[in-house]
Design a protein around this ligand. Structure first.
Ligand code: ADP
Ligand code: GLC
Length: 485
């Protein structure tokens, strides 16, 4: 079975968050089920530099008025198709934002171009290879499903995965005329509160919509979780499926992680102490022998990082430490910097984005804080469990179903894998921290909790098989439709 995936990020080549991790690991998991995925990605400078041997498989003379090439290459077990379009992707900033943190003004066109090429590959194949399904991720590639729906082969099965409804790709309606779609596409799928909604159009054009956890599949149907799209999601209710993310067990393996000096497993937990020392050294903290809490996260409202910054006194008064690594909202960054100045012996912050440091933090800290106000799936808590770093999470979205709360019954049954809290506010978080301090002091309970977390199965296997079944269902439906047409 051949699948074309279209995504704006892919680990390890370009990553701003979990989308990249999923796009980079799901194809490998699907390969075990006989599914061959080729992934179309934008030709950002970092990607082109990493793939000097890529070969040209198609040329475009007029892609939204620009010249472009489609390249093919393999990297780290991934089969990539790269849209080398310098006018759109050869920029000095990040994938979506310029160096000043502002959206590129032509994002509507950059990702329409990526999507148009995705649709072209879907319809015409490339270099003798033809996908039987096109699978788009998030708003950046959602238009590929729209181009296919209104194209020459509207039967090609189309799948959209929504990783986060908060990012919808909304643009002024005046750009519609430049998208090269038939007039009816505006009213039928693209129009969104008088503007263009790329994610909305993808939801309207996909045969199946997946979201990244079953809980999130329920949440997106509500006004609060739907973020303006709940009406549309409800209209597609029967075609929405929640499939929880897995993690790449090779990239996140504490027993052979090249980013840490003291590899360990659930049988050698004491080796974590070496990583603890490295971690505290890195953050310029003296070891006070209490629990080390951590956060590796986008510093945003979604992630509840303002809540965490407001309760740092808990760490100081209870004899714990907090290390924070992340970047995002400047006001939240400032809150953490101030907190570290107020409690220099207990709180330390490194603003930035560093994959290597993320691994050390998981390997050296005792608990990972994920106080998200909403969380479609969340990967940090899954990495944390594998590294024996107990997750403390808000009870929402994928966090609520991937972590089993350490209530007395679950601890004794050896089922607990972390701590959950509700309500998602200051009081809820403070209460969770107090529970964590208490459990940490009962060494045997904490040990049991940590060992149980390390045993949790966060592999892709089950979820990849669900994607596989979904693809097979779509293909048999398509065949049935062809036979009866
Ligand atoms: P989201 O995609 O919403 O940001 P996820 O939990 O799904 O949340 O994925 C976040 C990914 O980004 C994880 O792999 C996490 O380790 C990584 N990450 C987030 N912030 C940083 C950072 N400052 N440095 C390194 N990795 C980070
Ligand atoms: C999004 C979500 C996150 C999810 C990730 C990968 O960024 O915010 O919850 O884990 O996508 O699906």
């Amino acid at each position: 079975m051949n699948i074309l995936a279209v995504t704006a990020e892919i680990f390890p080549l370009v990553k701003t968050g979990g989308l990249a991790d999923v796009a980079g690991s799901l194809p490998k998991a699907l390969a075990a089920f006989g599914v061959r995925v080729r992934t179309l990605v934008p030709g950002y400078p970092t990607i082109l530099r990493a793939l000097p041997e890529a070969s040209v498989v198609r040329k475009y003379d007029d892609l939204f008025g620009e010249r472009a090439k489609l390249l093919s290459a393999q990297f780290d077990g991934l089969e990539l198709l790269i849209l080398d379009a310098p006018a759109f992707f050869d920029r000095t900033g990040g994938p979506y934002l310029d160096v000043h943190g502002k959206d590129y003004a032509d994002n509507w066109k950059r990702f329409a171009a990526l999507s148009a090429v995705g649709s072209d590959i879907g319809e015409n194949g490339v270099a003798g290879w033809r996908p039987c399904i096109v699978h788009a991720h998030d708003w950046h590639s959602a238009l590929s499903l729209v181009y296919l729906k209104y194209g020459r082969q509207p039967d090609i099965p189309r799948v959209l995965t929504v990783h986060n409804l908060a990012f919808q790709g909304q643009f002024p309606a005046c750009h519609f005329a430049r998208l090269g779609l038939p007039d009816e596409a505006y009213a039928e799928v693209l129009e969104y509160y008088g503007e263009l909604g790329y994610l909305k159009a993808g939801v309207m054009s996909a045969h199946t919509i997946t979201v990244v956890s079953p809980t999130y599949a329920r949440e997106v149907m509500s006004p609060e979780g739907g973020m303006g799209l709940d009406g549309v999601m409800n209209a597609r209710h029967d075609d929405v499926v929640g499939i929880v993310n897995g993690i790449d067990l090779d990239v996140w393996d504490p027993s052979r992680d090249p980013h840490i000096n003291y590899p360990f497993s659930s049988r050698t937990p004491l080796k974590r102490l070496g990583n603890r020392k490295d971690l505290l050294d890195h953050f310029d903290l003296a070891d006070r022998n209490g629990p080390v809490f951590a956060s590796v996260n986008r510093l945003t409202w979604q992630k509840g990082m303002d809540l965490l910054a407001d309760v740092v006194d808990e760490f100081a008064t209870r004899g714990g430490m907090l290390v924070v690594h992340g970047q995002g909202d400047p006001a939240i960054e400032r809150k953490f910097i101030n907190a570290a100045q107020r409690y220099p012996d207990h709180v330390s912050v490194r603003i930035g984005y560093d994959e290597r440091l993320a691994h050390l933090i998981h390997a050296g800290s005792d608990a990972m804080l994920v106080p998200s106000r909403f969380e479609p799936c969340g990967l940090t808590q899954l990495y944390a469990m594998r590294y024996g770093c107990v997750p403390i999470v808000a009870r929402t979205g994928g966090l609520s179903e991937t972590i089993i709360d350490a209530n007395d019954a679950a601890v004794h049954a050896q089922a607990a894998t972390g701590i959950q809290f509700l309500p998602i506010d200051h009081a809820g978080l403070r209460h969770a921290l107090r529970r964590a301090f208490k459990l940490y002091r009962r060494h045997r309970s904490w040990d049991r909790l940590r060992r149980q977390a390390m045993k949790a199965d966060s592999s892709w296997e089950r979820s990849a098989s669900q994607y596989c079944q979904l693809y097979s269902r779509l293909l048999s439906k398509e065949e049935e439709f062809r036979r009866t047409a």
